[in-house]
Write a protein that binds this ligand. Structure first.
Ligand SMILES: Cc1cc2nc3c(=O)[nH]c(=O)nc-3n(C[C@H](O)[C@H](O)[C@H](O)COP(=O)(O)OP(=O)(O)OC[C@H]3O[C@@H](n4cnc5c(N)ncnc54)[C@H](O)[C@@H]3O)c2cc1C
Ligand code: SF4
Length: 638
């Protein structure tokens, strides 16, 4: 908001902001009709479920929602098990509320860390009764959204493709590991995913920043005043500023054409998708996405994937179902999963021909590690011993500043999509290759500022500037200085290391009696130096705009960098590869050990490029479901 941003909040959302998300500007004057939407018809876990399915999917967020939709439209009988409660943004979102209507004026609290109206109805940095631990000397934060749709209900919607270099990092600089697939393998799925969920953006084609195919993206919104100013000065420093890519619809989807293009020979998919697309409206640029979107203009699993999945008649969803373990038969194949019905606290087992884990990277590792038996004493799919290993997050550092040139601006419209219209992709590839930088891999910059809806504490900074004005003087100062702050957040690549992993804590169980995770965490020098470089760059941009950074840029990497997990991009833990001895999954996210077991969340990631992970999770999940269908068709599995 209007004061300096401590480094390290999740992207697209400002955990320290009383309003939750950065450009959250709820407006009372807007009365958009919520689109007619059935929501998701969810079976309570107390109800008796069918005994056996074609596929069981654990988790209903990005990876689980995509798998459910794809397998449902393909005609398979699918059961989605979700640990959280049912949630329907079309009915539950407080998107038209004002911060002042909320307790503490919407400020964050322990129960609601991102503000009172944040869409996370259950969960956060802490989940009551479901702890996790950290090893001595390690610091790690784990955000969990225990609700239908998981973290897609309030993510920042920043949807960047990984580029050609990102899939082969080791080949480029000898660090980490390469993915067993290349950008070309995933590119068609990026295109299809962007069309399916609706992504705005530009068609710039910079180094390792791929463009989408023509006609795939929606037009990007016009840059705001503050974004234009940053663009001008960053360009002077040789830093490119281009249209951001966000999973927000700037126009209605073409419900007549797109479903046929995406599913040419599938009338069921075409029907449910066309219906779903017709129920979605374009963004009206005035409310905070992090609170949820009742008009379905942004991507959430709960509005975009699960309703059409259930509409196929093939997909059932059971909420309040906490999966404990994957069961494996004498032939080594997965037979289903055991879960706890949270309402009755009873143990249940459901069977399937295929099991898909999409409980989020760390939770998927937890399920696999907890699936112990005499046959699998170290857990399921863990013959390599790598389940839980190579956990990664995104490198985060931030700095804000005050720009006198923005003082006393005439009133202007600062609204827009909830999030950036422009961003800065990493520009230092050449310097890095020629040895001019002291760290490997890069970062992109997310930034913003301007006249967002004020919230709790927004004008605290005036005390410093005016030495404590009040009354008319205070109002004049507020008018003059309102909107003069800008903030910059770096989002950089972390190289996987042996010291960052999760394992089962031998001494702690959660309220369901399930052993919990213990996290080990260590940044390497590359990440620490990268965070320092971020701080220096942000200060340079702020100064080039004639402004003053809110604090001196950090030169100590440990102070500059956000805590592990704090950017909420945890991936890895079940990495894919081409060798079963050095990876858990193959390139189709299929377990090397258990052929009918797949993972479609962030766990298969081999590296964590600076590109926020969710678009890649979605695209990989789609690719994986195509492979599952092919494997079932040829009777390789099932
Ligand atoms: C505030 C915020 C901002 C973010 N911004 C961005 C962004 O701008 N761009 C980006 O790319 N990413 C962003 N992210 C990250 C993004 O939300 C995640 O990458 C993405 O949601 C991960 O998808 P997933 O399917 O792995 O997990 P989730 O979406 O978290 O879904 C996992 C689901 O599994 C359920 N589950 C967990 N354990 C069990 C169990 N044992 N049994 C049954 N169900 C279980 C959970 O309740 C949850 O619903 C952000 C996250 C947050 C919180
Ligand atoms: S997509 Fe648009 S209308 Fe929906 S919550 Fe976000 S900013 Fe508001």
């Amino acid at each position: 908001m209007l004061r300096s941003r401590p480094s390290g909040g999740p992207d697209g959302c400002r955990s320290w902001s009383p309003n939750g998300c950065p450009s959250g500007r709820p407006s009372r004057s807007l009365t958009a009709e919520p689109a007619p939407a059935p929501g998701v018809d969810v079976t309570s876990s107390a109800a008796k479920s069918q005994d056996s399915y074609d596929v069981i999917i654990v988790g209903s967020g990005a990876g689980g929602g995509m798998a459910a939709f794809q397998l449902g439209v393909a005609g398979l009988k699918v059961l989605v098990l979700e640990a959280g409660r049912n949630y329907d943004p079309t009915r539950e979102t407080p998107m038209f509320k004002l911060p002042r209507e909320a307790p503490l004026r919407g400020a964050g609290s322990r129960e609601k860390p991102f503000g009172f109206y944040d869409a996370t109805v259950d969960g956060g940095w802490e989940v009551p009764g479901e702890p996790y631990t950290t090893a001595p000397g390690s610091s790690f934060l784990w955000w969990r959204s225990r609700m239908l749709g998981g973290r897609t209900n309030h993510w920042g919607r920043i949807s960047l493709r990984m580029g050609e270099y990102d899939f082969k990092p080791k080949t480029r600089d000898g660090l980490g590991a390469d993915w067993p697939l290349s950008y070309e393998d995933l590119a068609p799925y990026y295109d299809k995913t962007e069309m399916l969920i609706g992504v705005y953006g530009g068609d710039d084609d910079l180094e390792n920043t791929p463009r989408s195919s023509p006609g795939v993206l929606m037009p990007a919104p016009e840059p705001r005043a503050v974004e234009r100013l940053v663009h001008k000065h960053a360009t002077g420093l040789g830093i490119p500023t281009i249209p951001a890519h966000l999973a927000i619809m700037t126009q209605r989807q073409d419900a007549d054409r797109l479903p046929r293009r995406l599913f040419p020979n599938n009338p069921l998919a075409q029907r449910v998708l066309a219906e779903s697309m017709r129920s979605r409206q374009a963004c009206f640029y005035a409310t905070p996405c992090g609170w949820g979107c009742s008009i379905k203009a942004n991507f959430q699993s709960t509005t975009v994937l699960l309703p059409p999945a259930v509409a196929t008649g093939n997909v059932s969803v059971i909420t309040d179902a906490m999966v404990r373990e994957v069961s494996v038969g004498p032939d080594g194949k997965a037979t289903g999963v055991s879960y706890i019905d949270k309402r009755t606290r009873q143990d249940r087992h459901v069977s399937a021909r295929v099991v898909v884990l999409a409980a989020s990277a760390a939770e998927t590792a937890r399920i696999l590690l907890n699936s112990k038996s005499s046959r699998n004493p170290n857990g399921v799919s863990n013959s390599s011993g790598l389940v839980g290993k190579y956990l990664m997050d995104t490198v985060g550092a931030g700095l804000g500043g005050r720009i006198p040139a923005l003082e006393g601006l005439p009133p202007h419209n600062n609204d827009g999509a909830s999030g950036m219209h422009l961003y800065m992709p990493w520009w230092g590839y050449k310097d890095q290759m020629s040895g001019k930088l002291d760290f490997a891999r890069g970062y992109h910059i997310e930034f913003g500022g301007g006249r967002g809806m004020p919230g709790n504490g927004s004008f605290n900074f005036l005390e410093n500037l005016t030495e404590g004005s009040y009354g008319t003087k205070f109002k004049e100062a507020a008018r003059r200085h309102y909107g003069t702050y800008v903030w910059f957040d770096g989002r950089g690549e972390m190289i996987p290391n042996e010291d960052s992993f999760c394992e089962i804590d031998p001494d702690t169980v959660d309220q369901w009696g399930i052993p919990v995770l213990r996290f080990h965490w260590k940044w390497s020098d590359h990440e620490l130096k990268q965070a320092v470089h971020m701080q220096k760059t942000f200060a340079e941009i702020i100064r080039s705009m004639g402004g003053t950074p809110s604090s001196e840029p950090q030169t100590d990497g440990n102070r500059a960098i956000a805590r592990g997990g704090q950017i909420i991009h945890e991936v890895g833990t079940c990495r894919m590869g081409s060798d079963p001895r050095t990876s858990v999954l193959n390139e189709y996210c299929q377990s090397w050990d258990v052929k009918n077991l797949f993972v479609t969340d962030g766990a298969p990631f081999v590296s964590n490029a600076d590109k926020n992970p969710t678009l890649s999770i979605l695209a990989l999940a789609w690719r994986t479901t195509d492979y599952i269908l092919e494997q079932l068709r040829t009777r390789e599995i099932g």
